[in-house]
Write a protein that binds this ligand. Sequence first.
Ligand SMILES: C[S@@+](CC[C@H](N)C(=O)[O-])C[C@H]1O[C@@H](n2cnc3c(N)ncnc32)[C@H](O)[C@@H]1O
Length: 405
Amino acid sequence: MLQTEKQYVQWLENKNGSESLYTARWLSASNHTPPARIVLVDDKTTADEAYRLACEGTSLLWRGDFHNARQLLQALKRRIERTNERSQQRKMKKAAKANESAKSTTDSVAIPNLFHQQRQIQAQRSRILSRLLLELDADYVSKLRRAPDVSAACMAAFGQLDKAMDESCVLSFRDLQGALGAAQWREKGVPIESLGISIYPHYGVFAPTRHEYVQLLLDAPLPAVNDIAYDIGTGTGLLAIILAQRGINQVIATDLNPSALACANENFTRQGLSNVQLQQADLYPTDAPLANLIVCNPPWLPAKPSSPLEYAVYDANSAMLRGLLQGAQQHLAEQGKVWLILSDLAEHLQLRTRDDLLGWFADSDLAVKYRLDTKPKHGRSQDDTDPLFAARSAEVTSLWCLQRI
Ligand SMILES: C[S@@+](CC[C@H](N)C(=O)[O-])C[C@H]1O[C@@H](n2cnc3c(N)ncnc32)[C@H](O)[C@@H]1O
């Protein structure tokens, strides 16, 4: 998951009585550019001071106790939340005033704006929190007091550093926490109750923690001929595993993300599957036999991903969704079917209409044979303090079964 081109950060530090310029490799899971201004901070730095510096765009290289840095991060989060709440209240008051003077134009303007505002707030929050940094050596070992062993988690997330060059690295505590969380998931797995198995996600691969749609794939009647199926955008390989378990003879799974392919491969091996092949491909596999079934759970929100980790959720201009539909005819066998798994959250956020979707089906010469629906049960759909609660609580995820017109 490292950026292909190496990037470096520099800072001034007084070690053994003399100040020198130090350099380290820059790692950022969110593709943040290397910080231009770094100051050293430690246990004596107050949360207010750290927050002020981070908001001003200064990055903070931590030299204190490892656990105190975690507490500082929590304190920064609380300060961001307080600031956001105040600005949210101001915006709500402003919106209420505007609505009073123009009652007719309310929701249709407000909801997509609210969604984009929420994304901006999240991006700003991520930028501020990512300014608390730590240094690790070429083996991903931290020299901070009470630092845990993070090397295996970092190696899995970011890959090998150049040990020959004794290359130390600097990354944000936030990215380190992401790598540690991913390592735990990879070790313990995500239980998929309806299948009676666990799936082991890798760092940077869409983790199926919301998996209500699995039941849809278990309930949908299989096409009469089921020799070959494709799983487009396989991620951890979950859907390919369901297809193989349901008795499809050969499953060909694709993804653009090489980490997803490695992850899916591990999950297939754990399940003892030998009839699933993997291909790195943009949508459809090449040199593959025509499919009796094409399954895809594409990123469900039509908006630009702001970091590599968001590619599983955001699909700019619905490019993957439309590409999948446009290519279906060419890859389907006679009587073949498409199972498209898609949340309608984008419709509730007014980022796409139902007519858009139905129009894309028709433009691709695909007709709806049937649709199965499920309501998401995840925490965010039930959080009534979320400004997008109305849209999230109305969300329905569907399996659209499509066939040639
Ligand atoms: C929402 S995730 C679904 C993952 C998995 N199928 C599941 O249901 O858990 C979407 C997946 O599509 C992949 N993807 C996005 N664009 C793609 C493309 N053009 N071709 C192949 N895969 C793509 C992403 O890397 C991601 O793994």
